[in-house]
Design a protein around this ligand. Structure first.
Ligand code: HEM
Length: 404
């Protein structure tokens, strides 16, 4: 949708990919005019930073829940992923993932991630042109997460298509295509079940995320259900960690290359690399919107919300809230607190993979800067956003460059 066709703020529908495509001016107007916007009956969109933090602060009133009606509630607990679960089920799996993905663990993992990034960048650095999604943003998280999660090396190149299929099974508008995605997901799930079973039988267990889930015992000595291990691996780690990081890398290069001289400035001062990553997570956050479901009747900043209704956390609107960020529409590397964004959410569901995502994006950018002195968007490059309404990331990122 072109700017001329942008929806009026009161018509904004966060589920409509055409509305979301170029929505920042609409969101700015919406954020100034209302605290709660109702795009459809039973759905409430919250655009302001402080208000989203307030909703996240109250998980007993605003529980987890997707945009599909009460889907989570009809499934057994082992099939519900971490991001959709409420305490105490949430607390148990969160602890395992938080330990496996903690900042100290990530520091120990740094040399491996640098090695993976160097190998990936070496494959295209001599070519003078690349699609940074196909050549970097897609393979990097699949290789890193596959290794960290204990997925056999020969399966890792299939993690990205698996993740796409998992999303396609829910988001594809064509029901036949959605069914085909689900069939491919079912087949890969079977392979993952076999990997988990093999690892359970084997006494030689590398210290990775799969081993940590297999070895987990609760206070009563009970292990995690095998289907819970599969759900956590597939939905929380593979889907939660691959597509998001691909988009972060795509958006990061898009923003760096859209302003002449910025790539070279960051190359000359590497302390700006992590700052550029954080500012990308604010300005072009991959996860545009997420959901909570009211657990009780509740007052949402003056709007009555009934139990079971959906609250949309407008992370992309909040990340440009002028009450919190000066000059919010600008991509700037001199913000006093670059990590203040809501790109990873807030509160008990704050992204548990954030330390890994930060490591991958900084290592990926550094590997490019190590080998490439000057890079530009290709003349034909065009930011085509992925169609899934929740996400912001380019489908391709065509660049041309000189080697360093
Ligand atoms: C740039 C990359 C990433 C972005 C932008 C991102 C974004 C987010 C956001 C916004 C949330 C909050 C969910 C909510 O409010 O309900 C979240 C949660 C989560 N993320 Fe990430 N994520 C990224 C990378 C990762 C990685 C690498 C992993 C795993 C390896 C991961 C796993 C998760 C999980 C499991 C949750 C749910 C946490 C919970 O409910 O306690 N994410 N992520």
């Amino acid at each position: 949708m072109s700017a001329a066709e942008a929806p009026r703020p009161e018509e904004y529908n966060p589920f409509d990919p055409a509305h979301v495509d170029d929505h920042f001016a609409t969101l700015a107007a919406l954020r100034e005019s209302v605290r709660v916007h109702q795009p459809m009956p039973g759905v409430y969109y919250v655009p302001r930073y402080d208000d989203i933090v307030e909703v996240c602060r109250r998980p007993e009133e605003f529980g987890q829940g997707g945009f599909e009606p009460l889907e989570a509630d009809s499934r057994p607990p082992e099939l519900i992923q971490l991001g959709e679960s409420d305490p105490s089920e949430h607390t148990k799996v969160r602890r395992i993932l938080a330990a496996a993905l903690s900042p100290p663990r990530m520091r120990a993992y740094e040399p491996i991630v640098h090695e993976i990034c160097a190998e990936i960048v070496d494959r295209f650095a001599g070519r003078g042109q690349a699609d940074l999604i196909e050549d970097l943003g897609a393979p990097l998280p699949a290789q890193v997460i596959g290794r960290l999660a204990g997925i056999p090396a020969e399966m890792r190149h299939r993690l990205r298509p698996y993740s796409d299929d998992l999303i396609g099974a829910r988001a594809q508008p064509d029901p036949d295509e959605a069914r085909r995605c689900q069939q491919r997901v079912n087949a890969f799930d079977e392979e993952l079940r076999a990997v988990i079973a093999d690892r359970q039988r084997s006494s030689d267990r590398p210290d990775d995320l799969m081993a940590q889930m297999i070895e987990y015992r609760d206070e009563e000595g009970q292990p995690l259900h095998n289907e819970k291990i599969l759900t956590t691996l597939s939905k929380d780690v593979i889907v939660g960690g691959i597509e998001t990081t691909t988009h972060l890398i795509g958006n990061l290069f898009y923003l760096l290359l859209s302003e002449p001289g910025l790539f070279e400035r960051v190359r000359a001062d590497r302390s700006l690399v992590p700052v550029a990553v954080e500012e990308t997570l604010r300005h072009h956050n991959p996860v545009q919107v997420l959901f909570r479901r009211a657990r009780v009747d509740v007052d949402l900043f003056g709007t009555p919300v009934s139990a079971g209704e959906v609250v949309c956390l407008g992370y992309s609107a909040a990340n440009r809230d002028p009450r919190v960020f000066d000059d919010p529409e600008a991509f700037r590397l001199d913000r006093p607190d670059p990590r203040r964004h809501l790109g990873f959410g807030w509160g008990i569901h704050l992204c548990v993979g954030a330390p890994l995502a930060r490591l991958e994006a900084t290592a990926g950018l550094n590997a490019v800067l190590d080998r490439i002195a000057h890079m530009e968007l290709a003349p034909e490059a065009d930011y085509q956003r992925v169609l899934f309404f929740m996400m912001r990331g380019p489908t391709r990122m065509d660049v041309v460059f000189d080697q360093g």
